[in-house]
Design a protein around this ligand. Sequence first.
Ligand SMILES: [Zn+2]
Length: 420
Amino acid sequence: MVNLSFLLCFSEGGNKYKISSPMKELPEQEDLNFDREDDIVYGVPAEEDGPRRYQSGSSTTSSCSGSASGVLSENNGLVGLRNIGNTCFMNSVTQCLSNTRFLLEYLVRDGFTSDINTTISTMKGDLVKAFANLLSDMWSEGGDTSRALNTGPFKSQIQRFAPAFSGYQQHDAQEFLRKLLEGLHEDVNRVSAKPRPITEDIDDDLDDTQKAMESWKRYLRYDDSKIVDMFVGQLKSCLQCSICGHCSVTFDPFWDLSLPIPSKSGQVRLAQCLDLFTKEEVLDGDERPTCSKCKERRKMTKSFSIQKFPKVLVLHLKRFSPLERWRGKLSCTVEFPLETLDLSKYASSSSTSPFYNLIGVANHSGTTYSGHYTAYCKHPYSGTWHEYNDSRVSNISTSRVCSPEAYVLFYEMASTSSKL
Ligand SMILES: [Zn+2]
């Protein structure tokens, strides 16, 4: 995993809290790494747990203050999150997910607890419970835009799952999102015992649709959850031999698509990024792959298309080049539609015509080395857009949603109903 190690983000003034006693009871494996102790906001003493708080395994420290259970209505959910030391990347992603209706309803209303995986999951449910508690607090009755919640209990669980997010450095929001979704998925994975691996290749005589289905079935043998149902799509890649014309196809699951930006500055359209992502690439010279039919290394063309469209599509705009950081950040505006993003051009099959509506954007402002994250999200019940800047939540007009700071886009498939 590439850590862009952004240095500082704008920390909010006035958020100085002493570490309070409940923190001392944290399990040993927690590496809290208080490298900036003076500034750390953490550990508001836990109040009595309400009836619907989810407790982590052996620890009582994962409870937030308050005893709310979420109320999903248009008046709620407009709650800020404190910056507890460069955690704007986490706050931004959390707000985007809090406004992702499928996930919100699953974690706050629809009883995910019966899905908790206690056998092969790393966290045995502690991560999903901590995140569900946070969302429940964000959606508690009488949501008051002047209050901001402490994300400490959730942070301590995500850093148990992904130690890279320990401490108080800035991190990349997209890497955080991936890791969080992976952890949530593990915690509610329907697969309770690791299956025996299938060693034989998928039968080459099957047609592409059958191959895609077989490949998806194989993926689900290991990874099968409501989180997968929501976020995972399937990408088809084709390698076509320039000599015999044989096309060898492979299908891979994806949690998001990382789109190259075909310009350093100025303005491009999202479609241009998608075009570049799916563009045919010629593999020649040293890169020549072996054709499975000719059994020889041949010049081939490689292309991608989308076989299976996820309900929630995450598009990551590659503003940072992890291998060439000296190039800095691409700060051009990528124009993207708020409604009816049409992806039929990128579909493997011409019979699918998927349309998506934008529901959230994680924004990054500043440079590669110093920056700040915010989120713009569409309220899932009122349909109005809000800006979430750590503890502050404010209304914004839709004309401001598309900005040069947009970094990770969250789209929801338009044709699906609210129920999975
Ligand atoms: Zn060939």
